[in-house]
Write a protein that binds this ligand. Structure first.
Ligand SMILES: Cc1cc2nc3c(=O)[nH]c(=O)nc-3n(C[C@H](O)[C@H](O)[C@H](O)COP(=O)(O)OP(=O)(O)OC[C@H]3O[C@@H](n4cnc5c(N)ncnc54)[C@H](O)[C@@H]3O)c2cc1C
Length: 417
């Protein structure tokens, strides 16, 4: 368990978190560890109605053959997730099943993941190679990897964090207060919602795919991606662990399984596509015929579906950090001039007390908790001597998550004007 950080600087201060998905819930939890009064704004009638609203999701890390910033972050986030899962006894609160087999169907997949175990120094208690019984194929097995209810996880985290929850309360706009000559560093933030005006010292933006409605976020290269999951009765399949084979079939939770998800970043309609459901079923028959219970009658047209939308950044890495204030950028500073005499350095102005956590992509459940902690540590400056955090997060990982990376890229390409 982390030590709660009491800090005189944050005494009596308030934070507003916008969005009650897994990202907002994770930020609320991180804020609760610092005892900061928190208001959670959610535009729907209850939390976890969008991307975090699927009946079942899987939790396991993204790994690469050699360490990359992305894989290091993902593995750290997975370990942090497991640490909190244990210490908060989430296993007693969130419907779940342990165990994920990741099938290694090609030589290159075997090579990638067997080497990933070594390069990331992953202990056997967390992952090892073994044959998956139904397919008789090599697999990477995560004994503590989970199929779980994202809705229950999100709601339990919010419950633990105990923010003041304002549902049916969409944030319409926000701006720093400049009253009494104060700038936003010391002043407050004024938030206009559908139900009234609120003020706070800190603002955390976790709106998921609806980020584009916020003019201060529109420059961040993220996109909305349509996802469709297929829901099948649990009895149709026999597998105890979840099995990933490009698509996936989860363990049974509350009488139901999820048979994979199809994604589309170009066509975003809400209506389900029966074609994709059929494709998922045929994919399962092809890869894992032995998992299917032959005593069950199957009518693919009766399978349930759910369409929701995730947010994906240009480089597929989450976006976590203090929010740059693009309107104050000095666009006369050119990268090309930097190495010339009198070339001015490029400096990023920020909304000092505003943070963003978005672009969680297809690993939001695994990544959100650590991302929330990193964000809160960044916005509410940590007094290191007071905290006994178990997990040291290398600075290069924190840097790699910041939205700043996109501004720097645009600046180098002269795309800021
Ligand atoms: C089909 C599908 C399957 C997936 N499967 C997995 C999986 O198996 N494992 C995994 O790790 N990840 C999975 N993901 C990804 C994961 O679900 C997402 O990364 C994660 O749920 C994103 O959470 P979020 O909080 O950012 O967004 P959301 O859950 O969408 O939450 C955003 C919230 O903000 C609210 N909001 C928006 N604008 C405002 C406003 N102006 N004012 C107030 N509230 C606002 C919305 O109502 C919403 O509740 C999947 C995603 C999809 C789409």
């Amino acid at each position: 368990m982390e030590t709660i950080v009491f800090d005189r600087e944050t005494e009596g201060k308030t934070a507003i978190v916008v969005g009650g998905g897994i990202a907002g819930a994770s930020v609320c939890y991180a804020l609760s560890q610092r005892k900061i009064k928190t208001i959670l704004l959610e535009s729907e009638s209850s939390p976890a109605k969008h991307a975090s609203g699927n009946p079942i999701g899987v939790v396991y890390p993204f790994l690469t053959k050699h360490k990359t910033t992305e894989s290091e972050f993902s593995y750290l986030a997975y370990r942090y997730f497991l640490e909190l899962w244990e210490s908060l006894e989430l296993g007693t609160l969130v419907p779940h099943k342990d165990g994920i087999h990741f099938l290694l169907e090609t030589i290159s997949a075997y090579d990638r993941y067997s080497n990933a175990l070594l390069s990331h120094q992953i202990p056997k208690a967390e992952a090892y190679l073994e044959k998956e019984l139904h397919s008789n194929l090599d697999s990477l097995y995560f004994p503590k990897g989970k199929a779980l209810s994202p809705v229950a996880l999100t709601r339990e985290l919010i419950q633990l964090a105990k923010p003041e929850i304002k549902c049916n309360s969409r944030l319409i706009s926000w701006q720093p207060s400049k009253e009494n000559g104060m700038d936003e560093h010391e002043g407050t933030l004024i938030c206009q919602t559908e139900t009234g005006t609120l003020s706070a010292n800190y603002l955390f933006l976790t709106q998921g795919f609806q980020f584009g409605n916020d003019p201060n976020l529109q420059w961040i290269p993220m996109k909305q991606v349509r996802g469709q999951i297929v829901k099948i009765p649990g009895s149709i399949c026999k597998n105890q662990s979840s099995i990933l084979y490009g698509d996936y079939i989860t363990s049974e939770i509350d009488g139901e399984r999820v048979l994979g998800a199809s994604f589309d970043e170009f066509h975003l309609e809400k209506e389900p596509r029966i074609k994709e459901t059929i494709m998922m079923w045929e994919g399962l028959q092809k890869h894992l015929a032995k998992v299917i219970n032959e005593n069950e009658t199957v009518d693919v047209k009766n399978f349930g579906t759910r369409v929701s939308y995730r947010t994906q950044s240009q480089d597929r890495h989450p976006v976590v950090g203090k929010l740059p204030k693009v309107s104050d950028l000095d666009t006369t500073v050119k990268y090309q001039n930097l190495f010339r005499k009198n070339g001015k350095p490029f400096q990023i102005p920020y909304f000092e007390t505003v943070g963003i956590l978005n672009g969680l992509g297809s690993r939001g459940l695994t990544h959100a908790l650590l991302a929330g902690k990193i964000l809160v540590d960044q916005i509410i400056k940590e007094r290191k001597e007071n905290s006994k955090l178990k997990m040291e997060i290398p600075d290069r990982i924190i840097q790699s998550l910041k939205p700043d990376r996109f501004l720097l890229r645009m600046w180098k390409r002269d795309q800021l004007t």
